[in-house]
Design a protein around this ligand. Structure first.
Ligand SMILES: [Fe+2]
Ligand SMILES: [Fe+2]
Length: 170
C-alpha cells in the first residue's frame, strides 16, 4: 500500500527539510572554522552529515513504497552568525522545528491508518529526542562559558573530541 497523496507530499517536503538542516549546520561549521573554533566546526559538520543521512532514509522509504520522489530547491542558510551562543540557540530552535514537522507527519500517518509509515516515523521521533537533548547540552555549556575565552577553547577541544570519536567509529 502506498501512502496517501498528502503524506507523500509531506514526506517529500521532509526530504528537503532534512537537507536544509544539513545545509544550515554546514554553514554554521564554516563560520566556526572562520572563528578558529575547529572543535565546534567538527561537531556541526558531523550534525550536517547526520541530517543528510536522515534525508536519504526518507528518500529510500518513499522509493521502497513506490512513491515519486521530487527533490525541491533548498533554502540558502544564513552565512554569518553573531557568536557561538547565537549558533547554538539557532540549532536548538531548529531541532524543535524539525520535531514539530516529524510529529505532523506522524499525525498524518495516524489519520490515514498508515501503519507502515507510523513504524517508519517512530525512528525519527526517537531520534528527535536525542537531537534536542544533544543541542540543549551544548547550548547550556556555551551559556555557562559566557565571555570566558579560556573556557571556550576548552569546550571547543572537548567537542572536537566527540567528532574524532565518531569518525573513528565509522
Ligand atoms: Fe534530522
Ligand atoms: Fe537534527
Amino acid at each position: 500500500m502506498t501512502p496517501s497523496k498528502g503524506l507523500q507530499k509531506a514526506m517529500n517536503d521532509q526530504v528537503r527539510k532534512e537537507f536544509e538542516s544539513a545545509y544550515l549546520y554546514l554553514s554554521m561549521a564554516a563560520w566556526m572554522e572562520d572563528q578558529t573554533l575547529p572543535g565546534f566546526a567538527a561537531w556541526l559538520r558531523l550534525q550536517a552529515r547526520e541530517e543528510a543521512i536522515h534525508a536519504m532514509k526518507i528518500f529510500e522509504h518513499l522509493i521502497d513504497r513506490s512513491c515519486r520522489v521530487a527533490l525541491q530547491p533548498l533554502a540558502g542558510p544564513p552565512t554569518t552568525f553573531k557568536t557561538p551562543l547565537d549558533v547554538f540557540e539557532q540549532v536548538k530552535k531548529h531541532e524543535e522545528k524539525v520535531t514539530r514537522s516529524i510529529d505532523e507527519l506522524y499525525g498524518l500517518a495516524v489519520d490515514d491508518r498508515d501503519y507502515a509509515s507510523q513504524v517508519f516515523l517512530e525512528w525519527f521521533i526517537t531520534e528527535q529526542v536525542e537531537e534536542e537533548k544533544n543541542s540543549t547540552q551544548v547550548l547550556e555549556n556555551v551559556r555557562r562559558v559566557g565571555d570566558n575565552q579560556a573556557a571556550l577553547v576548552m569546550l571547543d577541544r572537548e567537542l572536537g573530541q566527540r567528532g574524532a570519536t565518531a569518525e573513528a567509529g565509522e
